[in-house]
Design a binder for this molecule. Structure first.
Ligand SMILES: Nc1ncnc2c1ncn2[C@@H]1O[C@H](COP(=O)(O)OP(=O)(O)OP(=O)(O)O)[C@@H](O)[C@H]1O
Ligand SMILES: O=C(O)c1ccc[n+]([C@@H]2O[C@H](COP(=O)([O-])O)[C@@H](O)[C@H]2O)c1
Length: 188
């Protein structure tokens, strides 16, 4: 059975926090691949500023050159809120012989009790929690814990910097900054 990590997210935009946690979990758990999966509409927060197409392009730009990372558009093809249970249910039908490690930051670990169909979802995936500043890992659910270097970066902070014309160099790959500037994202 292939061990596939899935990093679901809004990726509005993708940043080094996403890349570092994906790589750390890949190494630590000996995964075969990590799939970066942008959501269509995030279940628990307001919709992304950038379109699904732009977010997928930015993810592709961010992971280029890494042979074990892949961008997948499963959720972007589905209308409405991207509940993880719905996605994984269909994925399991399509790829019956993969073992899924769903990677989430500490903020999402805290939120797990409120995820849609969480009990059924727990039967389909292994959750992997990584620490995030302000969100030490603790959960009533079985979550594999992987310790990562604390990177205090968020998409919200990057969008704010972009809007204010402030520098975001090194917080996200140059290729993503280039895409953002070329497509006039996050200017208002
Ligand atoms: N710096 C970070 N450290 C650890 N986990 C992170 C970090 N940034 C994002 N994650 C995790 O990556 C996943 C996808 O995150 P998402 O795309 O929503 O980015 P975000 O920076 O949290 O966005 P926003 O600021 O817009 O809420 C989530 O599980 C989140 O917890
Ligand atoms: O299914 C749910 O109820 C659910 C609730 C909150 C978050 N998620 C998923 O967790 C991942 C990270 O969420 P976010 O909002 O930080 O991008 C993303 O794949 C979301 O679809 C899923």
């Amino acid at each position: 059975m292939k061990k596939i990590g899935i990093l679901g997210g809004t990726f509005d935009p993708p940043h080094i926090g996403h890349l570092i946690i994906a790589e750390e979990v890949y190494q630590e758990l000996g995964l075969d691949e990590v799939w970066f999966m942008p959501s269509n509409e995030p279940p628990h927060k307001s919709n992304a500023m950038a379109s699904g197409t732009d977010r997928l392009e930015m993810v592709e730009a961010a992971i280029q050159g890494n042979a074990h990372f892949r961008a997948v558009d499963f959720e972007l093809k589905r209308e409405g809120k991207s509940y993880t249970y719905d996605t994984i249910y269909h994925l399991k039908e399509r790829y019956p012989s993969i073992s899924i490690y769903f990677i989430i930051g500490g903020d999402m670990v805290e939120y797990l009790p409120r995820w849609h169909a969480i009990d059924k979802l727990l039967e389909l995936v292994h959750f992997v929690g990584v620490n995030r500043k302000g969100h030490p890992l603790s959960s009533p659910y079985p979550v594999l814990e992987v310790e990562v270097p604390l990177i205090e970066v968020s998409s919200t902070d990057i969008r704010n910097r972009m809007k204010e014309g402030r520098n975001a160099t090194y917080l996200l790959p140059d290729e993503v900054i280039h895409y953002i500037k070329g497509n006039h994202l996050y200017e208002t």
